[in-house]
Design a protein around this ligand. Sequence first.
Ligand code: AMP
Length: 220
Amino acid sequence: MNILLLGAPGSGKGSQAELLLNDYNLIQISTGDLLRQAVSKKTEQGILASGYMNKGELVPDELVLNILSLRLQKPDCKKGVIFDGYPRNVKQAEMLEDILQKEGKKLDIVFNIDLPFDIVLKRLLSRRICSTCGKGYNMISNPPKGNTCEDCGSKIITRDDDKESVIINRLEVYVENTKPLIEHYRNKGILTDIDGNRAVPEIYGELKEILTQKLGLKNQ
Ligand code: AMP
């Protein structure tokens, strides 16, 4: 099974992905996380990507596709993938369809997590992440117990692109490039809208119900 989580930055895609991957034995692929890893390793691709990421712009399609394709070649992807942050525009959606089709696979379901932008802004300003494993925290709704990650013990930081001016640009980029994907997938009949303005467990309960109803899936 392959799931796509759509939604503006800060809409809660990562939190839902974390829950889904445990219950349904899937892996999560976040192109944002893959790019941040490349940035912190200072690879050629990472250095190139960081210029776009720091401004809240999309990284060029070819570069992201390259990183994504390498990740998709790893054997654990056979279990099924939760895509988080990819595709970000219609061209990327078509490239993903091609890749999956070549393997005889498809996107089975797309959840569009919808949240008003004023709430997104508040969430992103209080968001923190682990500098090593990328685990997400929020200073209001899910604060870390100290200054270090409860999973791996590394330092907790604010993302470079979670500054107000960059967030506003990311939301504009979302409206222009990513939002059209909602209709793209609605037309394919695989999209379900989800009200993201609720607590994480409540949203997750609804996702599980929909997975049971639409795909006959029972969590493990
Ligand atoms: P995210 O962690 O998903 O919010 O992504 C952080 C940043 O990484 C974005 O603002 C983009 O600069 C870049 N990025 C992540 N995924 C993509 C993608 N699919 N296409 C282009 N840029 C991306």
